[in-house]
Design a protein around this ligand. Structure first.
Ligand code: NAD
Length: 370
């Protein structure tokens, strides 16, 4: 099999997870690593291989990379993504796709122009517990998904916000819990329920006076399929408790996944201590399966490194999509939809009004700050 020449942009914490996948997957040959801080690029090159670069344009021009993996802070995703896509290089970008819709649209336009594959990380879609829910919903086992909940009660401390200069500020992070910690579950909620039609939301900083951005947000949702939804997402609970997505169907059945137990994991800092598990499964005749799912997922968890495993599965899906000329599981449009969800919550908070979707680049403000 011909390997795809891959390159990493942003040699920080999550960059290490990408590098681990790109040096072990049979579809990848890691040829270059790039960081604005040259010492970081050199450190990664020494550890994982590939040529070290400090400048994205030079790397794209000289390395012969066919696909790049962008692991810079979110407001710095669009520039390298557009450069790469316009040069005909496939792009996988970390979550969230960007901090603003205008950045997302620039990336989508560039990818469309040259026909490259654009994908966004959402590795929790690859959790077995999540895939099971999606398969049951797609098979019509809950009727129509009519009620969707995303609940996160997690925690970040002052040391976390001070660990990198870009965290906790509107200009360099683009937002708080909604932009950084919630995109995984926002993506799952939409994957299960479909597109949103209306959003009404509020945010606050309840427990982190040393940062500018939201540590808590709530929203009520109306989906295009007529279903309703609710979001309560917060980093203000110490210790962190859980993160869940629950979907209720028109036939009365309920499905749920606890994607994170305790505080959500921090790439490069913490481990994933407990397996993601289905915590609700009331499809008639299948109630007994919940215990079987739990046993299988607990057993699997003992035999994988959950921090790298699901990143690796999604990166492999992306590389295979390039090779086979088919769409990856998570598209650029999916990534944009998550940015649209948090943009709508910020916009609703700002205007104290219900926001109708879809949002265009000109329908929101350029900053998420109030
Ligand atoms: N999928 C996940 O579970 C997950 C987990 C953690 C982080 N992330 C995402 O990954 C991104 C990075 O987070 P992190 O915690 O690794 O941050 P980090 O600060 O540890 O790493 C970012 C790296 O990008 C480099 N960088 C900044 N500007 C650059 C530029 N213009 N060109 C090249 N390199 C540049 C920095 O020097 C740094 O090494 C964020 O968008 C974050 O939301 C995703």
């Amino acid at each position: 099999m011909k390997r795809i020449r891959t390159a990493l942009i942003g040699c920080g914490k999550v960059g290490g997870l990408h590098a681990a996948a790109l040096t072990t997957l049979p579809e990848s040959e890691l040829v270059a690593v790039c960081d604005a801080t040259p010492a970081r690029a050199e450190e990664f090159a020494a550890k994982y291989g590939g040529q070290a670069y400090r400048d994205v344009s030079t790397m794209i021009r000289e390395s012969g990379a066919e696909a790049v993996f962008i692991c810079t802070p979110h407001p710095l995703h669009a520039e390298p993504a557009v450069l790469a896509a316009e040069a005909g290089v496939h792009v996988m970008v970390e979550k969230p796709m960007a901090a603003t819709l205008s950045d997302c649209d620039a990336m989508l336009r560039a990818a469309q122009k040259t026909g490259v594959t654009l994908s966004v990380m959402s590795q929790r879609r690859f959790y077995e517990s999540v895939q099971r829910m999606k398969a049951a919903i797609d098979a019509g086992k809950i009727g129509r998904p009519i009620l969707g909940l995303f609940l996160m009660f997690s925690w970040r401390d002052q040391a976390y916000y001070e660990s990198d200069p870009w965290r906790g500020k509107w200009t360099t992070e683009g937002g708080g819990v909604l932009v950084n910690q919630s995109p995984h579950q926002l993506d799952l909620l939409r994957w299960f329920m479909g597109d949103l039609e209306e959003v009404s939301g509020r945010w606050a900083n309840l427990n982190h006076p040393y940062v500018e951005v939201d540590d808590t947000a709530v929203a009520t949702l109306k989906f295009k399929n007529g279903g309703l939804g609710s979001i309560v997402t917060s980093l203000s609970q110490k210790p962190g408790l859980f993160t869940k997505v629950h979907i209720h169907g028109s036939n009365g059945s309920s499905l749920g996944v606890e994607t994170d137990r305790g505080a959500t994991f921090i790439a490069g800092v913490s481990k994933i201590a407990q397996p993601p598990l289905n915590d609700l499964w009331t499809i008639p005749g299948e109630e007994h399966l919940l215990a079987e799912f739990e046993a299988a997922d607990r057993a699997r968890f003992q035999n994988i490194d959950p921090v790298t495993h699901y990143h690796s599965l999604q990166i492999q899906d992306f590389l295979q999509a390039i090779r086979d000329g088919c769409p990856p599981l998570v598209s650029g449009t999916d990534g944009r939809a998550v940015v649209e969800m948090f943009t709508a919550i910020y916009e609703s908070h700002k205007t104290k009004a219900t926001v109708s979707l879809p949002l265009t680049t000109s329908s929101g403000s350029s900053s998420n700050a109030s």
